[in-house]
Design a binder for this molecule. Structure first.
Ligand code: PEP
Ligand code: MG
Length: 621
């Protein structure tokens, strides 16, 4: 995991100068140290210069439209206004978590922005320019904002700083509109300077997949939750990161120095000498600890009383393969295939999928690789699918809609291509297949029929497919699946418990939403009882069962998971050494007694206390 980023230097003098001279946003507390707290999602320290992605790309091309397109352009503008209002409204509701000083500064500014998104001169002017000059919406907004700013600055008023602030506010709201009109953040991320700390209002999982951990020192965003896919992707890439840092993108400016601590969940903008020194020391301590942990790589994951535990890696993108090799993981317990479908306008065909799976399976040699078929939907939006294959996704509750296996059964050609590619690669290694977002035994049955049909078709074509097909397993990640686990177990070859979604659906709390992140709790007794029920259903049939949600990578939760009977954990590769260290300190009898005590509790706070209070070897009572 690349977390020991060295302190970044500006790429060259021109960039340093540009950063220093960068236009300061209105309302910013120029030059002052400012610490912001967010949700810790990926450990590591980053010290570097901030790059704010919310800045509009400098080269938004001027565009004209034909008369017939004017109405559509006005609608685009209206959509961007609605989105901007939503973004600002969200920010406003979360102001209360900021220090009072920051609230006082931001609240009037946000009011001014929201007003400009009403029946303002800016919007009236922009609409008029679309109609009369036949300009594209972003060009019309830009032109109108510049015209208004010029008028403000030319006013006869002695309060020059006041005039500049007002002109800046108009330009700022125009920038937000333009950004929402030209939303292509994944393309603009390519220009991030080396060693930068990326700051954004929000980052989608697809955006995160494009980040190069060798170039980006850290990531911090205003939005997002600890177990959303953006967080998972950042952890996978080993990029120190915090999400849900309210007000950050309003306070940070391009070229600011910052110290980010991904484990503590803090970012200090414009740090003074003391904060920089603290950051440097934390960086050194992190590197030392990592070296210590790397010594565990070759040691077996066995408890003190000799019980082996399988520790596997989750894989988001093939770029992680070297990290997995260094981690000591024995196989891949969850290969999320979504990466194949991200950041493209078409679908990957069977051959393209085969090439990607082959790279992974060959890299893993004899070790098992569990490939999960596409889990599209919810927060994992993918252009090629949302705009082409299943345009119904954006209903009122995408997480409850056509997600995972539901989509694949509705569009069996997608599932067939994926099964075919996986069956072909299975000849080269030790492969299993996993079905996401299952709620019904009949869905598993339907998927198996397609699976067997694809195998027969391949054999007819002379493609070698072994007699016994690779095991077909089921993600237990909805309360429905957990409570029907005994029935689903009869249709499945193995279970993988997805605690990220299981917690989300059980508690009705969006895993990627900063505003409700305090309610997202996989240790809630309701979640634990569902896990216990599903685990026992599998164990009764002697069927393999693993946990592959983010819980599996938290060393503190290992005693509980082993105590519940789990013997296989799949997690992001960087978590494996710490989890292994814990496994090697545990006694299975202690774990079982501890799990019984936890499962007697009905108060989540008490469960947290017990988990925090557990010490290996100290629970013999
Ligand atoms: C889960 O839901 O716990 C899981 C492992 O799947 P994903 O995070 O990809 O939804
Ligand atoms: Mg899931």
């Amino acid at each position: 995991m690349r977390t020991d980023k060295s302190e970044a230097k500006p790429e060259n003098k021109a960039e340093a100068k540009a950063a220093a001279e960068a236009l300061r946003k209105p309302g910013s507390r120029k030059g002052r140290e400012h610490a912001i707290r967010g949700i810790p999602v990926s450990p590591g320290i980053a010290i570097g210069l901030v790059f704010v992605t919310t800045e509009v790309p400098t080269e938004v091309p001027r565009r004209h439209v034909v008369a017939e397109q004017a109405e559509a352009e006005k609608q685009r503008l209206a959509d961007a206004v609605a989105l901007s209002r939503k973004q600002l409204g969200k920010l406003k509701t979360r102001l209360s978590v900021l220090p009072e000083e920051a609230q006082e500064e931001l609240a009037p500014l946000l009011d001014a922005y929201v007003m400009m998104l009403g029946n303002s001169r800016l919007l009236r002017g922009a609409r008029k320019r679309i109609e009369t000059e036949l300009l594209a919406a972003e060009t019309a907004v830009g032109d109108e904002a510049e015209a208004i700013a010029a008028l403000i600055l030319a006013a006869k008023d002695d309060d020059k700083p006041g005039l500049q602030r007002r002109a800046g506010e108009v330009r700022e709201i125009a920038r937000r509109l333009t950004r929402n009109l030209t939303a292509t953040p994944f393309r603009s991320l390519k220009g991030v300077p080396e060693g930068a700390i990326l700051v954004a209002e929000e980052l989608t999982p697809a955006d995160a997949a494009l980040l190069d951990p060798a170039r980006i020192a850290g990531v911090a965003t205003d939005e997002g939750g600890a177990d959303g896919h953006t967080a998972i992707m950042l952890r996978a890439l080993g990029i120190p990161a915090i999400l849900g840092a309210t007000g950050l993108s309003e306070s940070a400016e391009r070229g600011d120095m910052a110290v980010l601590d991904g484990a503590a969940g803090t970012i200090v903008l414009r740090p003074g000498d003391k904060a920089r020194e603290v950051g440097r020391q934390a960086l050194a301590a992190f590197a030392k600890e990592r070296t210590k942990l790397s010594k565990l790589r070759r040691l077996p994951a066995v408890t003190t009383d000799g019980e082996p535990v399988e520790l596997q890696a989750n894989l988001e993108i093939p770029a992680e393969l070297p990290l997995i090799a260094q981690s000591g993981a024995i196989g891949i317990g969850l290969l999320r295939t979504e990466f194949l479908f991200m950041n493209r306008d078409d679908l990957p065909d069977e051959e393209a999928q085969l090439a990607a799976y082959t790279q992974v399976v060959e890299a893993m040699g004899e070790d098992p690789v569990t490939i999960r078929v596409l889990d599209w939907g919810g927060e994992k939006d993918m252009q090629a699918l949302s705009e082409g294959v299943a345009p119904t996704h954006s209903g009122p509750n995408p997480a409850l809609g056509l997600r995972g296996l539901r989509l694949l059964l509705k569009r069996p050609e997608l599932l067939e291509a994926q099964f075919a590619a996986i069956l072909r690669v299975a000849e080269r290694g030790n492969v299993r297949i996993l079905l996401p977002m299952v709620t019904n035994p009949s869905e598993v049955k339907a998927a198996r029929e397609i699976y067997e049909k694809v195998a027969r078709r391949l054999r007819r074509k002379g493609v070698p497919v072994r007699e016994k097909l690779p095991d077909l397993g089921v993600m237990i990640e909805t309360p429905g699946a957990a409570l029907a686990a005994d029935a689903i177990a009869l249709e499945a070859d193995f279970f993988a418990i997805g605690t990220n979604d299981l917690a989300m659906y059980t508690l009705a709390v969006d895993r990627a939403e900063a505003e409700v992140s305090h309610l997202y709790d996989p240790l809630h007794p309701a979640v634990l009882r569902l896990m216990q029920f599903a685990t026992e259903a599998a164990l009764r049939l002697r069927m393999p069962v693993s946990v592959c949600g983010e819980m599996a990578g938290n060393p503190r939760l290992v005693p509980l998971l082993l105590g519940l009977g789990i013997r296989c954990l799949s997690m992001n590769a960087s978590a494996i050494p710490r989890v292994k260290q814990m496994v090697r300190a545990l006694d299975i009898g202690d774990c079982a007694r501890f799990a019984r005590r936890v499962m007697e509790q009905s108060d989540p706070a008490r469960i947290h206390e017990l988990v925090l209070g557990f010490t290996p070897g100290g629970d013999r009572g």
